[in-house]
Design a protein around this ligand. Structure first.
Ligand SMILES: Nc1ncnc2c1ncn2[C@@H]1O[C@H](COP(=O)(O)OP(=O)(O)OP(=O)(O)O)[C@@H](O)[C@H]1O
Ligand SMILES: [Mg+2]
Length: 1052
């Protein structure tokens, strides 16, 4: 057994519950979990987006307002609230501190004074203490816990102060500090200080009655100075970085735990106190919000979120318990993290949580959820006790036993009895005991020596690395998690160096990662110039552009090797200057790649901070997903899955019946390379699948390493229903077209050629559709039925038909003839969409589909809808093997003739109360109507006789004038409108032609010139027609008005 393992055993003999007893005063004291919140400065993304700060703080209370509804403001109160958002300045070393002394900015020192000192104090008193950092990715958890550069976080400061306190108190106590560091990723525990190779499934978490849960075989290293601890943390971070690249894992999804064990031996009092300090940097708290409607077929089978979800459940249960609710079960055992934190939550520990958040409007949802979480946590009550034991009892007991044995021995000698057997046995016991005493007393020093030797070795490595940095160019790893960036430095010394998986050759630089080949590329460093030459088949991207030839590297060039191993090139010291490298972060690399693909925010929009926030969100989603897509493609290739992933930007306005609200979102197009089958995945689904793919891939790699597929369950031959790369074939939404319904409100027929636009704005097909107002038997209405005022239809029956004639130029079928299409649509209050029958193998499929709709009592609501909305016609693509889309007619009301009834909220649906009221007012209205009718009849009679008189008079006066009766003004208006409407139909046709008129992709300059001429001609025609129609309408209206005036002149 190694000394360190022995030391752990020794500790086990002394500590917790059985030997430790609680101080009487502590017995029933309850400690609530203390909660602090901290708000960080805006990051680059937020500044680019022109973010507004939605968080405010007064003393220990914090308010957050909904950026879409400023009236909606929530306030919370915590034990501590830290404003680290503004009011700070930076010195030359990069240290942040308040702008003015005593300013409100909370720097790292302030946070340590409140939280760190408390933890230290508790630990020195013998309490277990826990510090948890919770918050969304990038909110500042690691900044608060570990810190960056000169802004040291709570953990290093705590270690500093701990060793200082030990030095100050060394007269009355002897202290021993043990350090462990571990990571929980995907429910696997990785020892970050382990020197050996990683255990394939991670370390086991075991439970013992006395110790509770613990990690079996975790390295526990004795330390005696803060620099030693810092060096161990550096070593742990390095392991974490390489583990992340080897496992192709995202560190933001892992939890990092540092465990400091402090043992204090008070020799005078013969007492030992022991406390465990848990320092936990939790995984990013944000959840992938899966958009409910399209939940994934494969559940989040992966354990990636299990620990965090369970932590939430444990906190909720404990918070409920604290307010007196009955809680049957606290699910500690459901995850690795909660097992290890059992004592910290509701147990024997004094616990502090620091909840970190971004104050930017775009993070509202996540920040609010963090605050709610923190609020729950603050209700948790712990029962911390001082873990003290009569320490040296063991040693004392052994000493006493020795004394007794010695006495017996001397007595035996005096009595002259020659009991040689007994004496021998006693002597043996004596020696054994003495040995044990010596072992206990010397073990600690020996461990320390061993750890120090280790440390010296590490220290020598670090010194060596620093020297190399001053002599050679190197590449520096850049990680998505800023905490892990700059940890790995690979030196490029003079000469030629292979870089790749290979580690056997002495002239090779070994790296691991997805898509890295055995020999990936060659670095050449000659005459202080460094070049990089990619080898056949390997992916190398420099400053956003793929390269395949020898390229000379410049200081601060960005390299991406394989799918996503990102490095910054650092030139010779003479080239370095005082430049700030921190701007070349992970986002920078990805933005550069996106720009090379033509996706960028545009320099001008980047410059002026007025970029549309929703566009910006899409952009950042895009650059976040881009490396994930590259990794998924690489895994697909290595696992021979034959599918390819591609990011696309989807225009959400296409599915909106009002056609406005120009929002965009990202979708992932998945194509099977062989069969050309296509799937569309949402962002949430892809992210979920990506984690599942990683699991499969890691399993595959483990199999490859072990070369052991005897159990038959190979990752590569997963059954389809479990395969994250596979999905059943489903119809795909190719695009949509809007057919505006306004003409129906006036009972005017409409015939349209609609452009079906795909999610990226591409023309997917042309769809010929009609809206035909008709009688209840389906006969089209004539021109005379056109209405001037749609309100005339109120309460009356309205019939019309939607006719889908034909699709032309369907791109989906042009690409592969074995495909088909269907059109889907949903009108007004139809709960289910209706679909046309499927048509296969035809680029210009004839649909000839006619649906008759009727509203039995037309409501104002329907009239409003018709006048302001469009029916969204969805073009669905069918692929071989997928089921057709069927109209579900269950919830649909139909007449016996097969007419679909819409506007169901009409009078027939009204409630009894409403209908009673309605029939009453109807009766009153009918009476009024009768009265009005009789008044009308008498007036009409009077009119008639007056008109007769007038005609006679006029005839007498102007014998030659025409006798024809003039039409009423309304009729004239209707006719003028009809003429106008017809001319507008042809204008619209002209507009469609103009829209579709595009230059051919191969056009040369001459071709483009001809195109422009043609375009101008079409535009001229269009504007002339439009002009004519409008002026004809104007003239007609003017004539009608004039005539009306003349007539009213006569009548007045
Ligand atoms: N209080 C602060 N003051 C200044 N900068 C900060 C502060 N908090 C965070 N930052 C900066 O924000 C960035 C992200 O912070 P950090 O790495 O701590 O996030 P995190 O919460 O640990 O994220 P993850 O879950 O991905 O690990 C870092 O560049 C860090 O320097
Ligand atoms: Mg972090």
């Amino acid at each position: 057994m190694s000394l360190i393992a022995q030391s752990a055993c020794l500790l086990d003999r002394l500590p917790p519950s059985c030997t430790m007893r609680a101080k009487a005063s502590d017995m029933h004291s309850k400690d609530c979990v203390k909660v602090a919140v901290r708000v960080r400065p805006f990051n680059k993304r937020e500044r680019d987006a022109g973010s507004r700060c939605i968080v405010s703080m007064v003393s220990t209370s914090i308010s957050i307002k909904d950026p879409r509804d400023s009236q909606n403001r929530r306030s919370f109160c915590f034990d501590y609230a830290y404003w680290s958002h503004s009011g700070f300045t930076r010195d030359h070393s990069g240290l942040y501190f308040p702008e003015e002394p005593g300013g409100r900015y909370a720097d790292q020192d302030r946070v340590f004074q409140d939280l760190g000192e408390g933890i230290l104090e508790n630990a020195l008193q013998g309490y277990n203490a826990t510090l948890l950092a919770y918050g969304q990715t990038g909110s500042g958890k690691s900044y608060s816990m570990m810190g960056y550069g000169p802004n040291k976080g709570l953990v290093p400061k705590l270690c500093d102060r701990l060793f200082q306190a030990i030095r100050e108190n060394q007269e009355n106590r002897q202290c021993q500090v043990f350090f462990s560091m571990l990571e929980i990723y995907n429910e696997q525990v990785v020892d970050l200080l382990s020197r050996g190779s990683r255990t394939p499934c991670g370390l086991r978490v075991r439970e013992e009655q006395q110790r509770g849960f613990y990690v079996e075989g975790l390295r526990t290293i004795p330390c005696e100075s803060a620099p030693q601890v810092e060096q161990l943390m550096e070593q742990g971070t390095r392991t974490r970085t390489t583990a992340a690249t080897h496992m192709n894992a995202n560190s933001s999804r892992s939890h990092m735990l540092i465990i400091l064990q402090l043992k204090q031996i008070f020799s005078k009092e013969s007492i030992t106190k022991q406390s465990n300090i848990n320092l936990v940097d939790l995984a990013g708290s944000e959840r992938q919000r899966s958009s409910g409607s399209e939940a994934d077929r494969l559940k989040e089978g992966t354990a990636i979120n299990l620990s965090l979800t369970t932590l939430g459940n444990v906190i909720s249960s404990l918070a409920d318990m604290a307010v007196g609710k009955k809680v049957v079960h606290i699910p500690y055992r459901d995850s690795v993290l909660t097992k290890l934190l059992q004592s910290a939550l509701g147990g024997n520990s004094r616990t502090v949580m620091i909840a970190t958040l971004s104050p930017a409007d775009i993070c509202y949802e996540e920040s609010l959820s963090t605050l709610r979480y923190a609020e729950r946590a603050k209700r948790i009550q712990n029962r911390a006790v001082v873990n003290e034991s009569p320490t040296e009892r063991l040693i004392k007991e052994l000493k006493a036993e020795n004394a007794r044995l010695l006495q017996r021995l001397s007595r035996m000698g005096q009595e002259g009895r020659r009991a040689s057997d007994e004496t021998k046995e006693l002597r043996q016991l004596l020696t054994h005991n003495e040995l044990q005493i010596r072992a206990i007393q010397t073990l600690w020093e020996q461990h320390l020596q061993e750890a120090l030797k280790d440390w010296e070795q590490q220290y020598a490595n670090i010194t060596q690395e620093r020297r190399m940095m001053q002599m050679h160019p190197y590449i520096l790893n850049i990680n998505e998690d800023a905490q892990l960036s700059g940890v790995v430095k690979l030196f490029i010394q003079e000469g030629e160096w292979d870089i790749g998986l290979c580690d056997s050759s002495p002239r090779s630089i070994s790296i691991k990662g997805l898509g890295i080949q055995e020999r990936h590329a060659v670095f050449r460093n000659e005459q202080r110039r460094v070049t990089l030459t990619p080898l056949v088949g390997s992916k190398v991207i420099i400053n956003g552009n793929a390269v395949c030839q020898m390229t000379e590297l410049q200081h601060l060039d960005r390299l991406i090797l394989g799918s996503n191993s990102t490095y910054l090139f650092i030139g010779y010291p003479s080239e370095r200057g005082g430049d700030d490298w921190s701007r070349y972060d992970y986002d920078y690399f990805q933005s550069e790649m996106a720009a090379a693909e033509g996706i960028h925010l545009g320099e001008s929009s980047m410059g002026c901070s007025q970029t549309d926030p929703s566009l910006l969100a899409v952009f950042y989603d895009y650059i976040k997903l881009m490396p994930m897509v590259a990794e998924a493609n690489q895994m697909s290739q290595e696992l021979s899955k034959g599918v390819e992933f591609k990011l696309e930007i989807k225009n959400l306005a296409l599915s909106d019946s009002k056609g406005h609200d120009l929002q965009k979102d990202i979708i992932i197009r998945v194509t099977s390379k062989g069969s050309k089958q296509v799937w569309m995945w949402s962002k949430a689904k892809f992210v979920n699948r990506k984690f599942l793919m990683e699991e499969v891939y890691q399993q595959y790699q483990a199999e490859q390493n072990a070369d052991n597929r005897a159990d038959g369950v190979s990752a590569v031959t997963l059954s389809r229903d479990k395969d994250p790369f596979w999905d059943p074939i489903e119809p795909l939404l190719l695009g949509t077209a809007h057919l505006w319904l306004q003409s129906l409100a006036f009972r005017i027929p409409l015939e349209e050629q609609l452009e079906v636009l795909g999610s990226e704005g591409t023309e997917e097909a042309i769809l010929q559709a009609q809206l035909v107002p008709c009688t209840s038997t389906g006969l089209p209405l004539g021109e005379d039925d056109i209405l001037i005022d749609p309100c005339e239809m109120l309460g009356r029956r309205m019939d019309f038909q939607l006719v889908l004639d034909q699709c032309c130029g369907v791109r989906w079928i042009m690409e592969a003839r074995n495909r088909g299409v269907q059109i889907g649509f949903r009108l007004f209050d139809c709960s289910q969409p209706l679909y046309t029958p499927a048509v296969w193998h035809n680029v210009n499929p004839l649909l000839d589909h006619r649906v008759h709709f009727a509203s039995l009592h037309t409501s104002q609501h329907l009239l409003d809808y018709l006048q302001s909305s469009a029916v969204v016609l969805e073009l669905w693509g069918l692929q071989e093997g997928c089921t057709h889309l069927k109209s579900s007619l269950e919830a649909v009301r139909m007449t016996t003739e097969g007419i679909f009834i819409i506007d169901n909220s009409g009078p027939s649906e009204a409630s009894d109360v409403d209908s009673a009221e309605l029939s009453c007012s109807l009766r009153v209205l009918q009476q009024d109507l009768e009265e009005l009718k009789s008044v009308n009849a008498s007036l009409r009679k009077e009119n008639h006789s007056l008109r007769e008189q007038l005609n006679t008079a006029r005839n007498a006066g102007e014998g030659g004038r025409s006798r024809s009766v003039r039409p009423s003004c309304d009729g004239e208006f209707a006719r003028a409108l009809k003429v106008f409407y017809h001319s507008m139909t042809s204008v619209r046709g002209q507009l469609q032609r103009l829209r579709r008129h595009r230059p051919s992709e191969e056009s040369d300059l001459l071709g483009l010139r001809l195109f422009v001429d043609e375009q101008s001609r079409l535009l001229r025609d269009f504007s002339e027609q439009l002009e004519q129609s409008v002026s004809a309408l104007k003239q007609d209206v003017a004539a009608i008005v004039r005539r009306k005036r003349e007539r009213s002149g006569i009548w007045s």
